[in-house]
Design a protein. Structure first.
Length: 164
């Protein structure tokens, strides 16, 4: 999950699939910086659904995640405390059972160089284990590399040391 459009699409699919449910509550967290998030109570009393779901996302330090909890009314009023526990527990169990994927935060670096430097550039690519995103070879060559964000300055320093 990478953007709010994807979140909206998935939530709409749940609303259609569970059209007879009373509430489709959710929370999401996007981005490596974990600054893009939202909670939705969908008619439940304020902060009794979305915030407990988001609390579980935060407790597990997850990002690029959407947790949706669908609730049917069972004839018993849970009260605000009961709703908070119910939504928190549902989110906790869903997260515990979900497959987690670790992703590296990458940045791309584009480097232009004369063709005679090809071996030196490719040696740096191999030594640092970089992923080539794109490359163009001509009189002047260009290569775009993906690298762990924390290693960008190291790569730039290595490339700056190259000469032909």
């Amino acid at each position: 999950m990478e953007n709010t459009d994807e979140v909206k699409t998935i939530v709409e699919e749940y609303r259609k699939k569970y059209f007879d449910a009373r509430h489709v509550c959710y929370a999401y967290m996007l981005g490596a910086d974990r600054k893009s998030f939202r909670t939705v109570d969908d008619g439940e009393p304020s902060s009794t659904a979305g915030k407990p779901i988001l609390g579980q996302i935060n407790a597990n330090e997850l990002t690029d995640i959407l947790v949706v909890v669908v609730r049917y009314y069972g004839g018993v009023n849970l009260g605000t405390g009961g709703l908070i526990v119910a939504y928190r527990t549902a989110a906790q169990e869903a997260i515990a059972k979900a497959e987690k994927v670790k992703k590296m935060v990458e940045e791309t670096v584009t480097y232009d160089f004369p063709y005679v430097m090809m071996n030196s550039v490719m040696r740096v690519v191999k030594e640092l284990g970089l992923r080539i995103v794109s490359q163009q070879f001509d009189n002047t060559c260009s290569i775009t590399l993906a690298i762990r964000k924390s290693e960008v300055e190291r790569l730039k320093a290595r490339l700056a040391q190259l000469s032909f």
